[in-house]
Design a protein around this ligand. Sequence first.
Ligand code: ADP
Length: 493
Amino acid sequence: MSLFQSIETPAVTYEQPLGLFINNEFVRGVEGKTFETINPHNEKPIVAVHEGTAKEVDIAVKVARSALNGEWKEVTPSERGRLLTRLADFLERDIETLAAIEALDNGKGVTMAKGDVNASAGCLRYYGGWADKIYGQTIETDINSLTYTRHEPVGVCGQIIPWNFPLLMFAWKIGPALATGNTIVMKTAEQTPLSALYVAKLIKEAGFPPGVVNVISGFGRTAGAAIAAHMDIDKVAFTGSTLVGRQIMKSAADSNLKKVTLELGGKSPNIILPDANLDEAIEWVNLGIFFNHGQCCCAGSRILVHEAVYERFLELFKKRAEQNKVGDPFSTETFQGPQVSQIQYDRIMGYIQDGKGAGAKVITGGDRHGSEGYYIQPTIFADVTEDMTIVREEIFGPVCTVQKVHSEEEAIRVANDTNYGLAAAVHTTNINTAIRVSNAIKAGTVWVNNYNTLHYQMPFGGFKESGIGRELGSYALENYTEVKTVRVHLSRP
Ligand code: ADP
């Protein structure tokens, strides 16, 4: 099978790399394995890509190690920053192509996909800015000593990303790792390998030395597991399900105790208090759950509404959700495209059946949309109770529950009644209430009168079983450096 193929989309025709990206070249796997990626809009294969397994991970780790100890080490921090900003420029230059790839491979609306490209470029540029501002401290202990710290790269970093934001997760992961001088073996999600391979081509064009970034298309239980268990990977960064996060941590512990950061699932509460500006709150609630087809780890899937505004809220929210444009990812009007895969579609439909069976009331949706593609109607359940599966488990689709609460205290108690702690929101026009509630919620991000407004300058990550460590902002840099203390004894003349 060839290493490149011309692909025609409704927006652009472009050359898609298909190989594994190792040492700045697109190559075949050792055994020549390939797998197909599916278009979720029509359920048909788009193209086959070359598959990496443990063997190819091993090869990639070796070249990443030699780049770390060789050419990459010689690159100055400001040059690292320049490479990252140049890569950001190339993402923006190729925005039409990258957005089309995401629409084709992931199913997100092309307008949303352009937002992802811009956010990815912004993230890379932001970390490019950090590259020459990473340094330690000098510590005064006594006149006979000079003590200082160095923030050194951790080393070879294994990075495993999911399919919901293929390009953006790639940027979130490589930005801080490269700014701090690490090298990377990245495994993309098997459902969405295409955009990262295209960016790999841009990485080479930007001038990164060979071996600094390696991209493996492959499956979790083979290539992903090989990264987590590898004896010569110094750190693993993972975004995905809590279930797999646990396995990765176990593998890290059982192998070389590599450093672990995890960005995992959520069941995030979105609280509407009686004094909220309801019209504005509805917009944020709608975006909070239905953005990216509900395929966000921080999706506001548990909506907790004060009894004083419950009925009015349901009426307005139903009306708003029914206005969401569901359909072809290549229509610029589309807000919600198909779910990413048959497996996800089945899983979500299973939860919808479960909710109906448990007696939750369907306010809108509750069925498939159309007859082809993995489309699901925006679905709102109301009159739910805390013990229902649809209230407790992450659905990862366009499905939310609306639950009535009777006081601020109850809202806080219910909001925190989960093993997750990724995000939350409170809608109120009272600043005291806003701060009181946000302080009381156990979550890594709390939005006040907004939702899903992530930004590369803001740290993001989870309390409790939603993860370990923080991505984005200056906080992410800490995950990618080892602090070395140097103490020099000064001899007296
Ligand atoms: P989802 O269920 O939504 O696909 P996963 O957590 O399974 O989410 O997948 C996220 C990423 O983790 C993907 O790149 C996937 O291939 C990878 N993955 C899945 N299982 C494993 C595993 N056992 N070890 C390492 N990576 C894995």
